[in-house]
Design a binder for this molecule. Structure first.
Ligand code: P6P
Length: 332
């Protein structure tokens, strides 16, 4: 498939043909996420013009101020997906409980977890933000009915994961287990065009991305890890921290490096949520030759016990993440 002229639809259909048993349900899911993201992109890109930036005078399940665009993006994702007949439930950062498929719509065999607009506090300062999603299949093999406990699967079970970054351009990056592929939105035709086939993390990078204001609250291993990177003579690391997970992750995927949101004495399990932030990015990272861990194990091996559970998060090029693990084992 040729970058620059292959659109998302063609790419998905050619991927689908590799699986004789495929019914096209997955293709419809990704296409529908792409549709929702085009509308979100339009609103994000004109946020400064219409009265859609700023706080929505409400808070989400985490007690975080909801931005008007948070709620807008959440509604766009839900309404783009709920009627397809491919899902049995959705989980969103913005909803405390799973979102069930309305009775009038058929149910399907997939589950989706998403953060509809991560980093939204950056909207009104025009910093790139993103949508993150992960797709699972029901393990009980059934279709229809509520299946909310089915979200408690390890990330390794995911059938697909992706993100959309709303930045200088809007890009959709996804994997279905056969490599990571990036598509750039051409707004003049409303199509995602293949621009980054088979994206790969460089084995090591020169960027570390972490909010150092928390340094004194980190555990010793994390402090040793960051001190090691800062003091490394040969590699000459530099620090880049946007404060928008998708933007920090995307930059590292292209240039190499590590992002970390550790636990600390104030937030022992950190800030980022496993189901719809850490696990989907970890699936992408592993498919791109990188890796992701919490403070002990691979993110993809964690079995969630709560839709919104948080995990310390270290993700990126293998060399840097393995360096953190060395610090954790006291070998640094
Ligand atoms: P801090 C944005 O609010 C977010 O959820 C992620 O996108 C980002 O990586 C993180 O929080 C930034 O958190 O505490 O460094 O401002």
């Amino acid at each position: 498939m040729e970058k620059g002229v292959t659109n998302l639809n063609r790419f998905l259909l050619e991927e689908q043909r590799k699986y004789p048993e495929a019914t096209g349900g997955f293709t419809i899911l990704i296409e529908s996420i792409a549709f929702a993201s085009k509308i979100i992109s339009r609103e994000v890109n004109k946020a400064g013009i219409v009265n859609i930036i700023g706080k929505a005078q409400s808070t989400n399940v985490h007690g975080e101020d909801q931005q008007k665009l948070d709620i807008y993006a959440n509604n766009r994702m839900i309404t783009a997906l709920d009627h397809l007949g491919k899902l049995c439930a959705m989980a969103s950062e913005e909803n405390n409980e799973p979102i069930l498929i309305p009775d009038e719509y058929p149910k399907g065999k997939y589950l989706i977890a998403f953060d509809p607009l991560d980093g939204s506090s950056n909207i009104d300062v025009n910093i790139s933000i993103g949508t993150i999603f992960g797709i699972y299949k029901r393990q009980d093999g059934k279709e229809g009915n509520a299946c909310c406990t089915e979200f408690f699967q390890p990330g390794r079970n995911m059938v697909a994961a992706g993100y959309i970054i709303y930045g200088s351009s809007t890009m959709l990056v996804y994997t279905s287990g056969n490599g990571v592929h990036g598509f750039t939105l051409d707004p003049s035709i409303g199509e995602y065009i293949l621009s980054h086939p088979f994206m790969k993390f460089p084995d090591s990078g020169k960027i570390y991305s972490i909010n150092e204001v928390n340094y004194n609250r980190w555990d010793e291993a994390t402090r040793k890890f960051v001190d090691y990177l800062k003091g490394h003579e040969e590699r000459e690391y530099t620090s880049r921290y946007i404060g928008s997970l998708v933007a920090d992750f995307h930059r590292n995927l292209l240039k190499g490096g590590v992002f970390a949101y550790p636990g600390d004495t104030r937030n022992p399990r950190g800030k980022l949520r496993l189901l719809y932030e850490c696990a989907p990015l970890a699936f992408i990272a592993e498919q791109a030759g990188g890796m992701a861990v919490n403070d002990e194990i691979n993110i993809l091996d964690i079995v969630p016990t709560d839709l919104h559970q948080k995990e310390p998060f270290y993700i990126g090029s293998k060399y840097e993440v393995e360096t953190y693990l060395k610090a954790k084992r006291g070998e640094l």
